[in-house]
Write a new protein. Structure first.
Length: 265
């Protein structure tokens, strides 16, 4: 029982607050660079924080949101202010354990509100380098209880080494959501409509693609279609010679024609 009590007891000094931050980094397997990326700040700022030096409250807030820690309690301890002990059902435990709620910067969505997104999807987009070719693969979406949020993982891509893994950002006031992968400062974003009754999400993907000797920005329509199984689907680079091509092309053409994505210029 003592171990549980220690976990939910509030920090009262900067040293204790720092210990909470370092422990959370270890639990989430985050390096200084990865924490800086996720908190949208410079790595030097994280180094100052971990060294116990003064940082802005905004920085402390962003780090707490990434690590799932109680900002108000750690902020008070960081500044040497009195920290009120809260009950087991109060805000401290709620913030620390996530309460099944994604961080504010990801949309503060609850697990119950987004569980219909969980599952596997046929994913379609045009090839960035091959004409008249559609790339089809699988994307799995699951709930990550360690870092409360929806997590996506691409599978069965023809270019498997470039498969992405990231998180879903779901703003409350928008009809579109964001699938974002972030690795050492490199970001790829997919913006698609919220899941509809047909089990589809449509929008646009923006990323970097290798063209000859360099990488260049590219964008193209993309579609996710929920599947219970993939028995009738074709994965890989699908060309007009493949019987699945006509249906895949129709779905992507509709994505633009129905206003889910617009390519300007």
């Amino acid at each position: 029982m003592k171990k549980v009590a220690d976990q939910i007891a509030p920090a009262t000094t900067r040293t204790e607050a720092l210990d909470r931050i370092k422990t959370a980094m270890v639990e989430k397997k985050l390096t200084q660079a990865e924490l800086a990326d996720a908190a949208d700040c410079h790595e030097k700022t994280i180094q100052n924080l971990l060294g116990g030096r003064s940082v802005r409250d905004q920085t402390l807030f962003d780090v707490c949101m990434v690590l799932g820690l109680d900002f108000h309690g750690l902020r008070d301890a960081w500044h040497g202010e009195t920290v009120a002990v809260e009950s087991a059902s109060g805000p401290l435990e709620f913030a620390r354990n996530g309460g099944g709620i994604a961080p504010i910067y990801m949309g503060a969505y609850t697990q119950a509100a987004v569980d219909h997104y969980i599952g596997s999807y046929l994913t379609l987009r045009r090839s960035f380098s091959l004409p008249d070719t559609i790339v089809a693969y699988r994307t799995d979406i699951s709930w990550d209880p360690e870092w409360p949020s929806l997590l996506f993982q691409e599978r069965d891509r023809p270019d498997a080494p470039y498969a992405h893994r990231g998180r879903l950002y779901i703003p409350a006031s928008s009809s579109f959501i964001h699938l974002v992968s972030l690795t050492k400062g490199a970001m790829r974003m997919v913006v698609v409509s919220q899941l509809d009754r047909a089990g589809e999400m449509r929008g646009i993907i923006t990323t970097l693609n290798k063209q000859r000797a360099t990488f260049i920005p590219v964008a193209t329509p993309i579609l996710y279609s929920h599947r219970q199984n993939f028995d009738g689907d074709t994965f890989g680079e699908v060309t007009p010679k493949n019987k699945a091509y006509a249906e895949y092309k129709r779905l992507l053409d509709e994505t633009v024609a129905e206003g889910y994505a617009k390519l300007v210029g």
